[in-house]
Design a protein around this ligand. Structure first.
Ligand SMILES: [Ca+2]
Length: 71
């Protein structure tokens, strides 16, 4: 499980469907904006409200990061 609220993390080896992101109690998936590059090789998880970068996730496209990946 990967915490995404504790600062600017770079996450390697995230396995979709196996690994999950953990959000702090003050943040929900609706507060996030998931962006990525066209090649699908890197994504960023940001706070919608202030654009704060919470985490960079390597080797996954942003369309593969959905609410189902958060617990
Ligand atoms: Ca996923």
């Amino acid at each position: 499980m990967i915490e995404v609220t504790s600062g600017r993390d770079t996450i390697l080896n995230f396995e979709d469907g196996i690994d999950y992101f953990s959000l702090g109690s003050s943040v929900s998936f609706a507060d996030l904006r998931i962006v990525g590059n066209a090649a699908g090789t890197v994504s960023a998880i940001r706070l919608e409200s202030n654009n704060q970068l919470l985490a960079v996730v390597k080797d996954i496209g942003y369309t593969d990061i959905t609410e189902a990946d958060f617990v």
